[in-house]
Ligand binder design. Structure first.
Ligand SMILES: [Zn+2]
Length: 338
């Protein structure tokens, strides 16, 4: 089979790779129905993380179980399943506490931009849908593998509750789905920070009540202006830069909470400023597996349609163009179909 491999900055190739095989009795092989390009894939794509050995790419996936190892009991061939980018056993103390992305036996699933994928710890990792989904539901189900689960975690970690005022820093796919999550959790007011018209439009569609285009001091001033000079109750940091983290901390009211899910690149904290900011900080790689049953149910019942973040769909063999379009911000997020 052929799959995506990153050779050097801006050099993604679709080339021959070995067929994945069951290597442990707890593995499953799934036939990918859809996969996509993640904002975090753009870090190595842009050369910000050095490429030492060309890695296979892709960590967002859903599809039909093709084969399972002898120890797998909860999923079976023919089922449609979704899993997280971190495989987890769903039984260790960290999983039990709700943090499967810190599972003591976690394994990164890192080669999903291909027609077939080996998923370790299949019983703990994969969740089956109630039935085979219709074709038009697949994009929304795919988002639950990472981007929607991550937006949801940002809102959950920022303690979004009914009636609260929420600010979202970042208008990438995660930020936009953070808006959708905050709406679903009952937020009263949702301020999306975005400078791009197409993204502002989608943010409004997902539930944003206000758009702030300013950044830095002006951005903070605008958020304060919209919140009686206090700051937002809950702030979702969905970028991972020093600028976005500083923006988030300064936009939060004393006693408020920040959910941060942008993978940090060069982010540092000033202890004294943090001390006087009086904010809660909670974030990290999203414990996507924790949210899968609830989010599958919401998509299945048509209550949320996170698949709208995909504004470009390509056949998998055009994966290189999928990366280019996101890198050049021509696309918010690229869906790939084998
Ligand atoms: Zn675990």
């Amino acid at each position: 089979m052929r799959g995506a491999v990153l050779y050097a900055p801006r050099d993604v190739r679709f080339e021959e790779r070995g067929l994945p095989k069951i290597t442990k009795p707890t593995d499953a092989i799934i036939r990918i129905s859809a996969t996509c390009v993640c904002g975090s894939d753009l870090w190595p794509y842009r050369g910000i993380n050095p490429v030492t050995q060309p890695p296979p790419m892709g960590h967002e996936y859903c599809g039909i179980v093709e084969e399972v190892g002898t120890a797998v009991t909860t999923v079976k061939p023919g089922q449609f399943v979704i899993g997280s980018f971190f495989a987890s056993d769903n039984t260790c103390p960290n999983c039990q506490a709700g943090y499967p992305s810190s599972c003591r036996h976690r394994e990164l699933v890192g080669d999903a931009q291909a027609p077939l994928l080996r998923v370790p710890l299949a019983d703990g990792t994969l969740v089956a849908t109630p039935d085979l989904p219709s074709n038009d539901m697949i994009p929304s189900l795919l988002t639950l593998s990472d981007v929607m689960g991550t937006g949801w975690f940002a809102a959950d970690a920022a303690d979004v509750k009914p009636g609260k005022t929420v600010a979202v820093v970042g208008d990438g796919a995660v930020g936009l789905l953070g808006v959708l999550s905050a709406r679903q959790m009952g937020a009263g007011r949702i301020i999306a920070m975005s400078r791009h018209e197409s993204r502002q439009k989608l943010a409004r569609e997902f539930g944003a009540t206000d758009i702030v285009t300013e950044r830095g001091d002006d951005g903070v001033a605008r958020i304060k202006g919209l919140t009686n000079g206090i700051g937002a109750d809950a702030v979702l940091e969905c970028v991972g830069t020093q600028e976005s983290m500083t923006q988030a901390i300064r936009s939060t009211r004393p006693g408020g909470s920040i959910g941060y899910v942008g993978v940090p690149h060069g982010v540092e904290f000033n202890g004294e400023k943090l001390f006087y900011a009086h904010v809660h900080l909670h974030g990290g790689p999203a414990p996507v597996r924790r949210f899968l049953p609830q989010l599958i149910d919401l998509v299945w019942k048509g209550k949320i349609n996170p698949g709208k973040v995909f504004d470009l769909t390509l056949p998998l063999d055009q994966v290189a163009e999928g990366y280019r379009a996101m890198d050049e911000r021509r696309a918010i997020k690229t869906l790939l179909r084998p």
